[in-house]
Design a protein around this ligand. Sequence first.
Ligand code: GLC
Ligand code: MG
Length: 675
Amino acid sequence: MHSSTMVKEDPSDTGIELKQGVSNTGFQHEEAAQVDCAECGSSEDPGETTYTQVKPYVGMPKEVLLLYSRQACYRVPREILFWLCVALTLALIAVTVAVVVLSPRCLSWWQTSPVYQIYPRSFMDSDNDGVGDLRGIIQKLDHFEYLNIKAIWISPFYKSPMKDFGYDVEDFRDIDPLFGTMQDFDDLLAAMHDRGLKLIMDYIPNHTSDKHIWFQLSRNRTQNYEDYYIWANCTPTKPPNNWVSIFGNSSWTYDEVRGQCYLHQFLKEQPDLNFHNPTVVNEMLAVLQFWLEKGVDGFRMDAVKHLLEAPHLRNEPQVDPNQPPETVDTEFELYHDYTTSQPGLHDIIRGWRVEMDKYSREPGRYRFLVTECYDYEEIYKTMMYYGTPYIKESDFPFNFYLLYLPDHMSGQGAFDLVDLWMSNMPQGKWPNWLVGNHDKPRISSSAGSEYTRVINMLLLTLPGTPTTYYGEEIGMENVNVTDIQDPFGKFNPNSSRDPQRTPMQWSPMENAGFSTNKTWLPVHPDYKTVNVEIQKNESRSVLQQYRALSQLRETELPLHRGWMCYVWSDANVFAFLREMDGFPRAFLMVLNFGSDAVIDLSAVSELPLELTVRLSTHSIEPGTQIRKSTIVTKRGEGLILEYTSHQRFHLGHASKCYVSEKACYLSALNILYSC
Ligand code: GLC
Ligand code: MG
């Protein structure tokens, strides 16, 4: 028996004498090196031999290394280590899978931020020609940082003869000189992306300008272009059928050059493209690609329900069958069975979605799609733009129903309109809310300015994405415009859209700081007090409150992805709560859309006796305690009350509650999980 520490005394026996007396044991004979491995304990395999005369050393050749590596003292720990690694890897994979499976989906940028609509003619004029422009928008990007807004939709700035102020596009791949150049656009997009802002463009597929090259080629019957638009035989005085334009009068205009009528669902200078022609579908898809390549983050699809018309061109039924047909000249006098929402429409939108999804794969580069469609009482038609659980269309169709709020100013009215959307929206979809745009009167004028604040509070505390039309954050109002610019207003002055399109009110300076020279529409006379600069310095201004709401919406989990439950509605007050399982804080919104009122929520056992004011549109200080039995609100006042409760309201009131995608909070780890 050799001791494991024993070293051969005469190295020359088994090895080769090296420089300075070091022997290379690597050359010793195998038999001579075979000893038991006392250091490692006895070998379990009686036949196993070990090599201990010399220790392993750096630089030993492979053959020697292999001799050592077979020894139990090396093999066993090695195998233990190996299996440990395998087990750890498997455990890591299991944990990763569990986290992926259990995590709720992350919200995308169009869900976390409100969308802000810029009407570029009126936002900021950098070259003082009286019309806003792209460089003007670049100058004002700080405003969005201030408002905590990340998603900006800019109404059209394509090259256009401006008959419908940009909604009549002459070239889908160029910028109108009034707004700037393609370089200005590239600079704007880069400046926005640098700040983490997303740019949503208007996409106008239904029609072009009559100055568009396609229309010129089509009216001349140039090969391949003949069917780019919708042509029908007619005489200069007798249109092919009774169809009327949205802007009034027949939707057909006789074209001298081609000797036929072309269809236009809007102005005669906006001929409708023929989406039954696959070449047109592809042309318009290529337009999308052009801007997606540039890095545009999303599109607002204009007037989608008008994309297709029935090829049979039959008369549409009159709403009043007894009305003399020759007097029918507005959209509300016909049922639009053949000119709106035609079969095939949703396939086109799905095609856009598929294209946009190709550009959405990079993390954080999701391309957002919102559709514009007014379906009035046929809300189910609007909901179809959400797509099906398996076939995606828009991320959401714009929800225009809160535009009716001024006609139903009451707590009950607000509840009804909110519930109209929520109860019709397909399960799991994402809601959205707006109270104005470039086509509709400003809400502060139609609802009354005393309700401006509470309406902003409603928008920013409901589940889903709010859209804010420029100026709503300071409570801008309609302007009385006598020299009408809007083509729709020229047809029907009561429908003029000029009042809501006036210059943004930035400061008390001349022209409200919008332009130093002139303005294309008059500035509201209230601009000396209603403007961004002044309101930034007023602690209780509409602007400051908007900002606080936007911050609260982002920072408080239950507000951006928790349950929403209806708690109360009456003639004056609409109240709802936002809560999330496992999250300590919950919020109760008490919003007054009527007159001064007191409500008693004692019966709501899930609420604690006292709640804390987090935000008030009026003078109640944050931190004030309010008893649930006597919640007082003034006309137009909104309160956000914070409370802690471990009893969740939604558990006992499923029919009054809604959530897009369930998520629970684990406070111990500060994580969200699907539940
Ligand atoms: C949309 C736009 C509107 C425009 C119309 C025609 O409804 O919002 O401003 O006039 O389409 O393009
Ligand atoms: Mg300008």
